[in-house]
Design a protein around this ligand. Structure first.
Ligand code: NAD
Length: 230
């Protein structure tokens, strides 16, 4: 076994203090997700969307990676590891993982609304009137509901070559990320670490699925230990 692909969702960062939204009944930190994470929401109330992500960014700068993030770094001692994350936080980077694909964008980046290739590192607030050199408003570098997921092809290619897959803290409901398991044709083991595992259609067809119904800080170190010892 050489290559491990890890698919993470909001649950891996929950114990760092960043709330998931499924756990709060479809709200994300008290907000209706379509109001703050869709192109329609942006057109309707740009200020509210900017403020929502400004709050998330400020919160992110105050939290730290947890034992789940750190355990994944240990895997690199023995395996080639690619992390495919639905998260917009940078906690895998801060823990020290080497290869991370952000499917849904990154909170600490801003981009032009006119030319999506103009992207900046951005750790402060994005305010109305902050513009790119073309004069257009900056927006968070986030993939909103209804938008294309440009990194999905790369993520599918990575998953195809995985010898094992670890899925952590995702309700497996947000597509296309939740469908990636279908590409894990070569994987001999699939682990799913989540205190409330949700077996979707793709997972129900997966061979050799091991469900670890625990939190990320408890379950991920166990899975990592098993893989390192085999
Ligand atoms: P999700 O669909 O990945 O669901 C959250 C999952 O985490 C649930 O299955 C829940 O049982 C599990 N969970 C809760 N506590 C956990 C713990 N301690 N350890 C392990 N698993 C735990 O995520 P979502 O909240 O529905 O978010 C979907 C999208 O919203 C994400 O893909 C992302 O784009 C965005 N989001 C990102 C962040 C972040 O960057 N940290 C946080 C919230 C939402």
């Amino acid at each position: 076994m050489k290559k491990i692909v890890v698919l993470t969702g909001a649950g891996v960062s929950a114990e760092s203090g960043i709330k998931t939204f499924r756990d709060a009944g479809g709200l994300w930190e008290g907000h209706d997700i379509m109001e703050v994470a869709s192109p329609e929401g942006w057109r309707k109330n740009m200020e509210a969307v900017l403020e929502f992500y400004n709050q998330r960014r400020r919160q992110l700068l105050e939290v730290k990676p947890n034992a789940g993030h750190y355990a994944l770094v240990e895997l690199e001692k023995k395996f080639e590891v690619s992390i495919i994350t639905q998260n917009i936080d940078d906690l895998h980077e801060r823990a020290g993982s080497s290869r991370i694909i952000h499917l849904h964008g990154e909170l600490l980046k801003a981009r032009s609304t006119k030319d999506p290739s103009i992207i900046y590192e951005w750790a402060k607030d994005i305010n109305p009137g902050d513009t790119c050199p073309l004069g257009s408003q900056l927006r968070p570098h986030i993939v909103w509901f209804g938008e294309a997921v440009p990194m999905i092809e790369m993520a599918a290619m990575e998953t195809m070559t995985a010898d094992a897959v670890i899925i952590i803290g995702t309700s497996m409901q947000v597509y296309p990320a939740a469908g990636l398991v279908d590409f894990a044709e070569k994987a001999k083991r699939i682990f799913y670490v989540d205190p409330k595992p949700a077996i979707n259609y793709e997972l129900s067809r997966a061979a050799s699925l091991s469900v670890v119904a625990e939190s990320a800080t408890a379950g991920v170190p166990k899975v990592v230990k098993e893989l390192l010892e085999q």
